[in-house]
Design a protein around this ligand. Sequence first.
Ligand code: SAH
Ligand code: DHB
Ligand code: MG
Length: 221
Amino acid sequence: MDEELLNACVAWTEERFAPESETHRWIRAEMEARGLPMIQVSPLEGRILAFLAAAVGATRLLEVGTLGGYSALWLVSLLDPEARLTTLEREPEHARLAREAARRAGEEERIRVRTGDARAILAELAAAGDREPLDLVFIDADKRSYPDYLEWATFLLRPGGLVLGDNAYWDGRVLEGSPAEDADEDVRGIREFNRRLAEDPRFQAVIVPVRDGLAVARFVG
Ligand code: SAH
Ligand code: DHB
Ligand code: MG
Protein backbone atom coordinates (compact mmCIF):
# COMPACT_ATOMS: atom_id res chain seq x y z
CA MET A 1 0.00 0.00 0.00
CA ASP A 2 1.47 3.42 -0.81
CA GLU A 3 1.99 5.98 1.95
CA GLU A 4 -0.88 8.24 0.96
CA LEU A 5 -3.35 5.37 0.94
CA LEU A 6 -2.06 4.12 4.30
CA ASN A 7 -2.55 7.63 5.74
CA ALA A 8 -6.12 7.65 4.44
CA CYS A 9 -6.71 4.29 6.14
CA VAL A 10 -5.29 5.64 9.42
CA ALA A 11 -7.62 8.66 9.19
CA TRP A 12 -10.54 6.30 8.47
CA THR A 13 -9.60 4.16 11.50
CA GLU A 14 -9.40 7.23 13.74
CA GLU A 15 -12.81 8.44 12.59
CA ARG A 16 -14.48 5.13 13.34
CA PHE A 17 -12.52 3.74 16.28
CA ALA A 18 -10.75 6.64 17.99
CA PRO A 19 -13.07 9.63 18.30
CA GLU A 20 -11.64 12.28 20.62
CA SER A 21 -13.73 13.36 23.60
CA GLU A 22 -14.60 17.01 24.00
CA THR A 23 -11.87 17.27 26.65
CA HIS A 24 -9.31 15.72 24.28
CA ARG A 25 -10.06 18.51 21.81
CA TRP A 26 -9.99 21.09 24.60
CA ILE A 27 -6.53 19.93 25.74
CA ARG A 28 -5.11 20.29 22.23
CA ALA A 29 -6.59 23.76 21.85
CA GLU A 30 -5.23 24.84 25.26
CA MET A 31 -1.78 23.38 24.55
CA GLU A 32 -1.66 25.39 21.36
CA ALA A 33 -2.97 28.57 23.02
CA ARG A 34 -0.46 28.24 25.89
CA GLY A 35 2.43 27.62 23.50
CA LEU A 36 3.14 24.11 24.78
CA PRO A 37 4.84 21.58 22.49
CA MET A 38 2.29 19.66 20.39
CA ILE A 39 3.94 16.30 20.98
CA GLN A 40 1.02 14.34 22.44
CA VAL A 41 0.09 10.87 21.20
CA SER A 42 -2.18 10.65 18.14
CA PRO A 43 -5.82 9.57 18.53
CA LEU A 44 -5.00 6.18 17.02
CA GLU A 45 -2.09 5.71 19.41
CA GLY A 46 -4.23 6.93 22.31
CA ARG A 47 -6.91 4.40 21.43
CA ILE A 48 -4.28 1.62 21.34
CA LEU A 49 -3.12 2.69 24.82
CA ALA A 50 -6.74 2.56 26.00
CA PHE A 51 -7.30 -0.82 24.41
CA LEU A 52 -4.16 -2.37 25.92
CA ALA A 53 -4.97 -1.02 29.38
CA ALA A 54 -8.46 -2.50 29.18
CA ALA A 55 -7.19 -5.79 27.71
CA VAL A 56 -5.00 -6.46 30.77
CA GLY A 57 -7.78 -5.30 33.12
CA ALA A 58 -5.57 -2.52 34.44
CA THR A 59 -6.60 -0.86 37.68
CA ARG A 60 -3.22 0.53 38.74
CA LEU A 61 -1.36 2.52 36.10
CA LEU A 62 1.62 4.83 35.96
CA GLU A 63 2.53 7.34 33.26
CA VAL A 64 5.94 9.02 33.04
CA GLY A 65 5.56 12.34 31.18
CA THR A 66 2.12 13.97 31.39
CA LEU A 67 2.28 17.16 29.32
CA GLY A 68 -1.37 18.33 29.09
CA GLY A 69 -2.91 15.03 30.18
CA TYR A 70 -3.93 14.04 26.66
CA SER A 71 -2.53 10.48 26.75
CA ALA A 72 -3.60 10.09 30.40
CA LEU A 73 -7.20 10.71 29.36
CA TRP A 74 -6.92 8.03 26.68
CA LEU A 75 -5.30 5.55 29.10
CA VAL A 76 -8.22 5.55 31.53
CA SER A 77 -10.95 5.89 28.89
CA LEU A 78 -11.99 2.20 28.77
CA LEU A 79 -11.28 1.28 32.41
CA ASP A 80 -13.45 0.57 35.40
CA PRO A 81 -14.36 3.47 37.71
CA GLU A 82 -11.99 2.05 40.38
CA ALA A 83 -8.93 2.32 38.12
CA ARG A 84 -6.21 4.76 39.21
CA LEU A 85 -3.58 6.39 37.02
CA THR A 86 -0.70 8.34 38.54
CA THR A 87 1.08 10.52 36.00
CA LEU A 88 4.44 12.23 36.60
CA GLU A 89 5.34 15.67 35.23
CA ARG A 90 8.35 17.90 35.88
CA GLU A 91 6.91 21.16 34.49
CA PRO A 92 4.36 22.80 36.84
CA GLU A 93 2.69 24.53 33.88
CA HIS A 94 2.09 21.19 32.16
CA ALA A 95 0.88 19.56 35.36
CA ARG A 96 -1.55 22.43 35.94
CA LEU A 97 -3.13 21.98 32.53
CA ALA A 98 -3.37 18.21 33.03
CA ARG A 99 -5.17 18.67 36.36
CA GLU A 100 -7.54 21.16 34.80
CA ALA A 101 -8.22 18.70 31.97
CA ALA A 102 -8.87 15.83 34.37
CA ARG A 103 -11.36 18.02 36.26
CA ARG A 104 -13.15 19.03 33.04
CA ALA A 105 -13.39 15.37 32.01
CA GLY A 106 -14.74 14.37 35.45
CA GLU A 107 -11.62 12.23 35.93
CA GLU A 108 -10.11 13.77 39.10
CA GLU A 109 -10.62 10.49 40.92
CA ARG A 110 -8.97 8.28 38.32
CA ILE A 111 -6.14 10.60 37.22
CA ARG A 112 -3.63 11.90 39.77
CA VAL A 113 -0.94 14.27 38.50
CA ARG A 114 2.27 14.44 40.53
CA THR A 115 4.62 17.33 39.88
CA GLY A 116 8.33 16.66 40.11
CA ASP A 117 11.23 14.87 38.52
CA ALA A 118 10.15 11.37 37.52
CA ARG A 119 13.46 9.86 38.65
CA ALA A 120 12.98 11.10 42.21
CA ILE A 121 9.32 10.09 42.37
CA LEU A 122 10.04 6.64 40.93
CA ALA A 123 12.80 6.07 43.46
CA GLU A 124 10.32 6.98 46.18
CA LEU A 125 7.61 4.67 44.78
CA ALA A 126 10.03 1.75 44.40
CA ALA A 127 11.30 2.25 47.97
CA ALA A 128 7.80 2.12 49.47
CA GLY A 129 7.55 -1.65 49.77
CA ASP A 130 3.92 -1.86 50.83
CA ARG A 131 2.33 -0.81 47.55
CA GLU A 132 0.30 -2.99 45.25
CA PRO A 133 2.12 -3.81 42.03
CA LEU A 134 1.23 -1.93 38.86
CA ASP A 135 -0.60 -3.33 35.84
CA LEU A 136 0.79 -0.88 33.29
CA VAL A 137 3.58 1.69 32.95
CA PHE A 138 3.56 4.14 30.01
CA ILE A 139 6.93 5.84 29.41
CA ASP A 140 6.92 9.13 27.47
CA ALA A 141 9.26 11.61 29.25
CA ASP A 142 12.93 12.50 28.54
CA LYS A 143 14.31 9.92 26.12
CA ARG A 144 17.78 9.59 27.66
CA SER A 145 16.18 8.22 30.84
CA TYR A 146 14.11 5.50 29.16
CA PRO A 147 16.49 2.69 30.26
CA ASP A 148 16.22 3.89 33.87
CA TYR A 149 12.43 4.16 33.64
CA LEU A 150 12.36 0.60 32.28
CA GLU A 151 14.42 -0.56 35.23
CA TRP A 152 12.01 1.12 37.69
CA ALA A 153 9.11 -0.49 35.83
CA THR A 154 10.49 -3.97 36.54
CA PHE A 155 10.38 -3.19 40.28
CA LEU A 156 6.85 -1.80 40.12
CA LEU A 157 5.00 -4.09 37.70
CA ARG A 158 3.22 -7.34 38.41
CA PRO A 159 4.18 -10.34 36.26
CA GLY A 160 2.06 -10.07 33.13
CA GLY A 161 1.91 -6.28 33.43
CA LEU A 162 2.68 -4.04 30.46
CA VAL A 163 5.45 -1.58 29.72
CA LEU A 164 4.54 0.82 26.92
CA GLY A 165 7.03 3.28 25.47
CA ASP A 166 6.30 6.16 23.12
CA ASN A 167 8.75 7.33 20.43
CA ALA A 168 10.37 3.93 20.01
CA TYR A 169 11.45 5.01 16.49
CA TRP A 170 12.56 8.50 17.66
CA ASP A 171 11.98 9.92 14.21
CA GLY A 172 13.94 7.08 12.61
CA ARG A 173 17.06 7.80 14.62
CA VAL A 174 16.93 4.35 16.21
CA LEU A 175 18.35 3.08 12.93
CA GLU A 176 22.09 3.16 12.43
CA GLY A 177 23.16 6.79 11.96
CA SER A 178 26.04 9.21 11.89
CA PRO A 179 28.69 9.45 14.64
CA ALA A 180 26.88 12.59 15.90
CA GLU A 181 23.61 10.66 16.19
CA ASP A 182 25.38 7.77 17.88
CA ALA A 183 26.68 10.17 20.55
CA ASP A 184 23.28 11.79 21.22
CA GLU A 185 22.06 10.92 24.72
CA ASP A 186 18.40 10.69 23.73
CA VAL A 187 19.13 8.49 20.71
CA ARG A 188 21.25 6.26 22.93
CA GLY A 189 18.51 6.07 25.54
CA ILE A 190 15.86 4.98 23.06
CA ARG A 191 18.22 2.48 21.40
CA GLU A 192 19.14 0.91 24.74
CA PHE A 193 15.47 0.79 25.79
CA ASN A 194 14.54 -1.04 22.57
CA ARG A 195 17.55 -3.36 22.85
CA ARG A 196 16.55 -4.47 26.34
CA LEU A 197 12.94 -5.04 25.32
CA ALA A 198 14.10 -7.14 22.36
CA GLU A 199 16.78 -9.15 24.19
CA ASP A 200 15.93 -9.39 27.90
CA PRO A 201 14.00 -12.66 28.43
CA ARG A 202 11.91 -10.94 31.14
CA PHE A 203 10.05 -9.11 28.34
CA GLN A 204 7.93 -10.23 25.41
CA ALA A 205 7.86 -7.17 23.21
CA VAL A 206 7.10 -5.62 19.86
CA ILE A 207 6.97 -2.13 18.39
CA VAL A 208 3.66 -1.06 16.89
CA PRO A 209 4.50 1.24 13.95
CA VAL A 210 1.93 3.87 14.88
CA ARG A 211 3.02 7.55 14.74
CA ASP A 212 6.64 7.57 16.12
CA GLY A 213 6.58 3.91 17.21
CA LEU A 214 4.86 2.51 20.29
CA ALA A 215 6.87 -0.14 22.14
CA VAL A 216 4.58 -2.70 23.76
CA ALA A 217 6.06 -5.19 26.20
CA ARG A 218 4.68 -7.80 28.54
CA PHE A 219 6.73 -8.10 31.74
CA VAL A 220 7.01 -11.85 32.21
CA GLY A 221 8.48 -11.43 35.70
N1 SAH B 1 2.34 11.68 27.36
C1 SAH B 1 2.01 12.99 26.86
C2 SAH B 1 3.20 13.65 26.21
C3 SAH B 1 4.39 13.78 27.12
S1 SAH B 1 5.63 14.86 26.44
C4 SAH B 1 0.88 12.87 25.85
O1 SAH B 1 1.03 12.07 24.93
O2 SAH B 1 -0.13 13.56 25.97
C5 SAH B 1 6.89 14.63 27.64
C6 SAH B 1 6.61 15.29 28.97
O3 SAH B 1 7.56 14.76 29.89
C7 SAH B 1 6.81 16.80 28.98
O4 SAH B 1 5.66 17.42 29.52
C8 SAH B 1 8.02 17.02 29.89
O5 SAH B 1 7.92 18.20 30.67
C9 SAH B 1 7.98 15.79 30.77
N2 SAH B 1 9.28 15.39 31.33
C10 SAH B 1 10.48 15.36 30.70
N3 SAH B 1 11.44 14.92 31.52
C11 SAH B 1 10.84 14.64 32.71
C12 SAH B 1 11.29 14.16 33.97
N4 SAH B 1 12.57 13.84 34.17
N5 SAH B 1 10.39 14.00 34.96
C13 SAH B 1 9.08 14.30 34.77
N6 SAH B 1 8.60 14.77 33.60
C14 SAH B 1 9.46 14.95 32.59
C1 DHB C 1 9.19 14.75 21.38
C2 DHB C 1 8.83 14.05 22.53
C3 DHB C 1 7.80 13.13 22.48
O1 DHB C 1 7.43 12.39 23.55
C4 DHB C 1 7.08 12.94 21.31
O2 DHB C 1 6.07 12.03 21.31
C5 DHB C 1 7.43 13.64 20.17
C6 DHB C 1 8.48 14.56 20.21
C7 DHB C 1 10.29 15.73 21.45
O3 DHB C 1 10.84 15.95 22.54
O4 DHB C 1 10.65 16.26 20.40
MG1 MG D 1 6.04 10.92 23.07
